[in-house]
Design a protein around this ligand. Structure first.
Ligand code: AMP
Length: 213
């Protein structure tokens, strides 16, 4: 089973991807995580893309398609993947379709997580992640004391691109470049819309219902 989790930044794609990985034993591919790891490692690519990430802009299609090709061609893909953060442009979506075709494979579900914009901005402003275990935490909802991770006690950190000025930019980039991908998958009858409001478990149950159907 190959699933794309799709939607604006901050709708919970990463959180839901982790739950699906546990449930269906799939490989989680988060292009944001891959890019952040490159920046951390100070690689040539990392240095080239650091300012793009900080500004909330998109890394070029050429680079992204190259990254996804390398990742998807590995053996791990055979058990199925959850793509989180890719594709973000129609060009990326077309390239992904070709890639799956070459591998005699296909996309089964594109799950669009729907949350209104005001709510998204609030979520991003309150989003932190744990430096130790990677858990994504919302300071307003989760039980956060002294900025420690409620799961493992690790230090909670804010992503560089979750700052108010960058959040606005990311929403504009989403509207201009990524929103058309929704229509692209709708035309292929692959798009399933899920209400992304409510608790993590509520959204997860809605997604499971779609996958079970
Ligand atoms: P995310 O963690 O998915 O929110 O991604 C963080 C940042 O990484 C985005 O704001 C972009 O700058 C970059 N990025 C991640 N995935 C892509 C992609 N498919 N195409 C272009 N840029 C991406």
């Amino acid at each position: 089973m190959n699933i794309i989790l799709f939607g604006p930044p901050g709708v919970g794609k990463g959180t839901q991807a982790k739950l699906l990985v546990e449930r269906f034993n799939l490989k989680h591919i988060s292009t944001g995580d891959i890019l952040r790891a490159e920046v951390q490692k100070n690689t040539e690519l990392g240095n080239r893309i650091k300012s793009i990430l900080e500004a909330g802009k998109l890394v070029s299609d050429d680079i992204m398609i190259e990254i996804i090709k390398k990742t998807i061609q590995s053996d791990e893909i055979k058990k199925g993947v959850i793509l989180d953060g890719f594709p973000r442009t129609v060009a990326q979506a077309i390239a992904l379709g070709k890639l799956f075709e070459e591998l005699n494979n296909k996309i089964d579900f594109v799950i669009y997580i729907d949350v209104d914009e005001e709510q998204i901005v609030k979520r991003l402003e309150n989003r932190y992640s744990c430096k130790s275990c990677g858990k994504i935490v919302n300071k307003m909802i989760d039980n956060v004391v002294d900025m420690k991770c409620p799961s493992c006690g690790g230090e909670l950190i804010k992503r560089d691109d979750d700052k108010p000025e960058t959040i606005l930019n990311r929403m504009n980039v989403y509207r201009d470049s990524t929103e058309p991908v929704k229509k692209y998958y709708q035309q292929q009858n692959l798009l399933f819309v899920v209400d992304g409001s409510g608790s993590v478990n509520e959204v997860s149950e809605r997604i499971n219902k779609i996958l079970e159907s």
